[in-house]
Design a binder for this molecule. Structure first.
Ligand SMILES: Nc1ncnc2c1ncn2[C@@H]1O[C@H](COP(=O)(O)OP(=O)(O)OP(=O)(O)O)[C@@H](O)[C@H]1O
Length: 361
């Protein structure tokens, strides 16, 4: 599929403060992309630049092949002519308009006559199974209904692109899970190029086929959702996407002819990873997911080949299906998710090299 959105060296500064460093990427037609990152990293800014709600400081943006912004000359296509549907975090429904008029509003802005826009808005309500809400005001809707109406309004003029800024964050946890399923189904049916901004990695991983992790205005990692989760490239990505534990160490020489990497850790132990080739002396971090750390209490043996580390627990939290145990070790603080409850007495952790990833930064 060709790219529907293309960013070429796009930057943004507010006064002297650079918020986005040059960003160049393409977003494939029909794809579902998650723009993930911590608060303040520039996610909303990037979405606004694509939508035309804010102007870049430099670079070029194309939507559907059309140049909508360029710093060379005066190419600035206004937001309403970019073919972009936008759902705001707060939904931003017009409080004085009924649902039908809210949904018809983008058509009004585009000069569509009253009866045609109402007919189109009704069809959209029907499509999203919202017909019974047509005559209500936004304050008469639940959070989940407001969110669906906001999405219907973004879709009514058949945009080329749907941009969603944290669309689920105002919903409570249970509703959010249901809304996530609804959104995934809708996107799959419409096959509409969609970008969702979120700071929640579960949301990004479960909805999007591709995840772009932003960090302080730069792309930290960009790839298929499974790859970003399974093979984070930096310790920041490992921590942000899935809360991996990371331990500092440095690479030691290995016997000539022997592959792999040997890492000396803060607890004085060595961990040998089978893959990779990194010069001796390089400072590295070892990352391991909380579910991959083995919780060892009375009667439970470590997997053969594991490094065993004593743990001083600071919290033991029952989560329904699993236990989350957090504590201090000679490697630093470690978080473990374990299907079995920690027993009384001394607790150790088993860390197997096969479950560890090597991070260079
Ligand atoms: N109009 C503005 N003037 C000055 N600085 C701004 C403006 N808008 C955003 N910023 C700054 O730009 C940075 C990026 O903001 P942005 O809203 O894009 O972050 P975000 O990743 O979407 O964060 P959040 O998840 O908290 O919404 C922040 O440091 C913010 O303070």
């Amino acid at each position: 599929m060709p790219d529907m959105i293309t960013l070429n060296g796009v930057t943004k500064s507010y006064g002297a403060v650079r918020v986005l460093n040059p960003i160049s990427l393409g977003i494939e037609e029909g794809s579902f992309t998650g723009l993930l990152g911590a608060s303040g990293c520039g996610k909303t800014t990037l979405l606004n630049l694509i939508a035309g709600l804010d102007t870049p400081s430099g670079g070029e943006i194309r939507i559907g092949g059309e140049l909508v912004y360029s710093d060379k000359g005066d190419t600035v296509v206004p937001a309403e002519r970019r073919g972009v549907g936008y759902v705001f975090q707060s939904y931003a429904l017009w409080p004085h308009m009924r649902v039908l008029d809210n949904i018809a509003y983008p058509l009004k802005v585009r000069g569509v006559g009253r009866s045609e826009r109402h007919e189109t808005a009704r069809a959209m309500l029907e499509r999203l199974e919202l017909s019974k809400l047509a005559d209500r005001y936004p304050f008469e809707l639940s959070g989940g209904q407001q969110q669906r109406v906001a999405i219907a309004r973004a879709l009514v003029f058949q945009p080329k692109v749907l941009l969603l800024d944290e669309p689920l964050s105002a919903l409570d946890v249970q509703l959010r899970e249901r809304a996530r399923g609804w959104l995934a189904k809708l996107q799959a049916e419409l096959k509409l190029t969609t970008v969702i901004v979120t700071h929640d990695h579960v949301e990004a991983l479960s909805l999007a086929d591709r995840v772009i992790l932003l960090r302080e205005g730069e792309v930290e990692q960009d790839g298929p959702a499974t790859e970003v989760y399974e093979s984070p490239r930096t310790s920041y990505a490992a921590d942000f996407v899935g809360g991996a534990n990371t331990f500092a160490g440095h690479v030691e020489p290995v016997m000539p002819g022997r592959g792999g990497v040997r890492v000396a850790l803060a607890n004085g132990e060595r961990l040998e990873l089978a893959t990779g080739s990194v010069p001796a002396g390089t400072p590295v971090r070892i990352a391991i997911r909380p579910r991959r750390v083995q919780l060892l209490s009375a009667g439970i043996e470590a997997r053969p080949g594991s490094m065993v580390v004593p743990l001083e627990p600071t919290a033991k939290l029952f989560q329904g299906n699993d236990w989350e145990v957090v504590g201090n070790t000679a490697l630093g603080e470690v978080r473990v998710i374990s299907p079995s409850a920690p027993r009384d007495g001394a607790i150790f952790l088993g860390i197997h090299p096969d479950d560890c990833r090597l991070m260079l930064s």
